[in-house]
Design a protein around this ligand. Structure first.
Ligand code: ZN
Length: 129
């Protein structure tokens, strides 16, 4: 499995909870240090989400989750849906979760701090602690 595929798998798992789903297309990066794919929305508009080779697995997941989140927000907005993804389970209709590395693990966190913290790849299940 490539570094990109390994990092993309948990993010795309979580993206299944999004009301707009992407079409994933191959992207030939001009940079040898980068691997990416196109995410296209139903209108055929999209963006490249990419990882930098050689970063840690957790860093790559968080990087990718941030890009996928940007794509999801744009795609939801164009679809006329509430442009929040992934929605914070603790604060509905309020804000999305932020991706970040915590204790070497890629997680979704509430920007207000504290819980919930959900490992990326397991959203929307909320883990204890
Ligand atoms: Zn929150």
């Amino acid at each position: 499995m490539t570094e990109l595929a390994a990092a993309l798998e948990p993010v795309l798992h979580d993206l299944r909870t999004c009301r707009v789903q992407p079409e994933v297309r191959e992207y030939a990066s001009p940079h040898p240090w980068q691997e990416g794919v196109w995410l296209l929305d139903p209108d055929g508009l999209g963006q490249v989400v990419a990882v930098v080779r050689g970063q840690s697995h957790a860093e790559q997941i968080v990087e990718l989750a941030g890009h996928v989140q940007e794509w999801a927000v744009e795609a939801l907005w164009r679809a006329g849906e509430s442009a929040t993804w992934p929605e914070c389970p603790a604060h509905p209709n309020s804000h999305p979760l932020d991706p970040r590395v915590s204790d070497g693990q890629a997680v979704w966190t509430c920007p207000r701090g504290g819980d919930p913290t959900v490992p990326i790849g397991q959203f929307p299940t909320v883990s204890a602690g």
